[in-house]
Write a protein that binds this ligand. Structure first.
Ligand code: EPS
Length: 387
């Protein structure tokens, strides 16, 4: 559902690395690899990650599309090497292996394992789990950071925070007095990206308890974007709605089971008169919306209010204390495959979701305002954007 930007990722979790291509960025945008690395580092933090995060210090190499620090308008290609690859050369070799590799045959409930081997006719679950791994989201963040650079130039900020891990819940509303970057600056100081110190402790304890029990926990995070003009996306067709495009992008992140817009599922508890955001006069050509229950979109198009999304992540399916499963080689009952794993990746997922929102909003901005260079895009915005 990308209309002006196109992007793809490739790469296995323990293969040589991740590769990504983003096409459609205007020429003349300043890009440097340190900026991408800062965003990648934000995704790697978070209480509950596996020892793998100590091995990787993700850094994207810019392979094409940038010259002398500025985009060329041509596709930008990025590569993130997997440092762990050296430990997996034999098991993940591109060529037929020199010595036999032990296949993974006990599918993990909740992972792609069972449906994946049946889909492709594999006898080794590793052929499935390597690509189904959330390692791939590192490249989404790298590509998303290119979109974020563009949005910053256009006055759009995207931030996030974690609001729930297992049963620990931060009930405070998004601190609207802070900019999304201000929220990120605070959330990034927290090991769980939570803004409330007391709830943060409960979240850390929930992760520690799960980890000690060989278990995992999920949670909920919130993503907010400010500075969007009126009219991104279109109500003219189901797949043109900004709401549809955002929901698809966020629910495509590994382990995400639901996306809410604005007040979300709680909307049903209100009457229409209590839910809808009134329109008040605010000087010539301007209106004021005293509330934002709609979350920045009405009829699926942006209404110049902050975009507000929440998403829920299920507990990670790889368990140190595995669930019951069936061996695909023998048909016998067994316990699911065990791998080194995260016990919680909700803080990381919140950063990935920001990146997905950056890509979708940048796409919608380019769709609406167009231009081959940043200068042209800016000129188009100045002549027609409404806030
Ligand atoms: C993942 C399992 C863990 C995570 C990995 C996702 O990797 P490993 O099996 O190597 O310990 O650390 O996430 C990343 C590598 C990453 O960069 O986010 C899984 O099974 O999805």
């Amino acid at each position: 559902m990308m209309r002006s930007l196109r992007w793809l990722t490739a790469g296995e979790s323990h293969g040589q690395g991740l590769v990504g291509i983003l096409e459609g960025l205007p020429a003349g945008l300043e890009i440097d690899s340190d900026y991408i690395a800062e965003q990648l580092a934000r995704r790697q933090r978070g209480h509950g990650r596996s020892r793998r995060m100590k091995i990787e210090q993700d850094r994207a190499e810019i392979i094409s599309g940038v010259r002398h620090g500025l985009t060329l308008g041509s596709p930008v290609a990025l590569m993130i090497p997997n440092k762990d690859w050296v430990n997996w050369r034999g098991r993940m070799s591109v060529e037929p292996p020199k010595k036999a590799v032990q296949p993974v045959t006990l599918p993990r409930p909740g992972h792609a394992d069972l449906a994946g081997v049946l889909k492709y006719g594999f006898s080794d679950i590793r052929n499935v789990l390597e690509r189904a791994s959330a390692r791939e989201t590192a490249m989404r963040v790298a590509l998303g950071s290119l979109a974020r650079r563009l949005l910053v130039e256009l006055g759009i900020q995207v931030g996030s925070r974690v609001v729930a891990i297992h049963t620990a819940l931060d009930e405070q509303p998004w601190p609207g007095e802070l900019s999304p970057e201000g929220v990120n600056a605070r959330a990034d100081q927290s090991p769980v990206r939570c803004l409330d110190n007391a709830v943060e402790k409960q979240m850390v304890a929930a992760i520690d308890n799960a980890r000690q029990a060989g278990d995992s926990v999920g949670g909920v995070f919130e993503v907010v974007a400010t500075g969007l003009p009126y009219g991104l996306g279109s109500y003219g067709q189901w797949d043109l709605k900004l709401r549809s495009r955002l929901a698809e992008a966020v629910i495509s992140i590994n382990a995400i089971q639901g996306v809410e817009v604005g007040l979300g599922f709680a909307s049903c508890q209100r009457l229409g008169s209590q839910y809808h955001d009134e329109i008040l006069p605010a000087g010539p050509g301007r209106v004021l919306r005293p509330t934002n229950n709609a979350g920045g979109m009405e009829a699926g198009i942006s209404n110049a209010q902050p975009l507000m999304l929440r998403a829920v992540m299920k507990p990670i399916p790889t368990l140190v204390k595995p669930l019951r499963s069936v061996d695909i080689a023998t048909g016998e009952a067994g316990l699911a495959h065990q791998e080194r794993t995260d016990s919680c990746a909700v803080p990381a997922a919140s950063v990935v979701a920001e990146s997905m929102v950056c890509l979708v909003v940048a796409d919608a901005m380019l769709e609406k305002f167009g231009g081959d260079s940043l200068e042209q895009l800016r000129a188009h915005m100045e002549s027609s954007a409404k806030y």
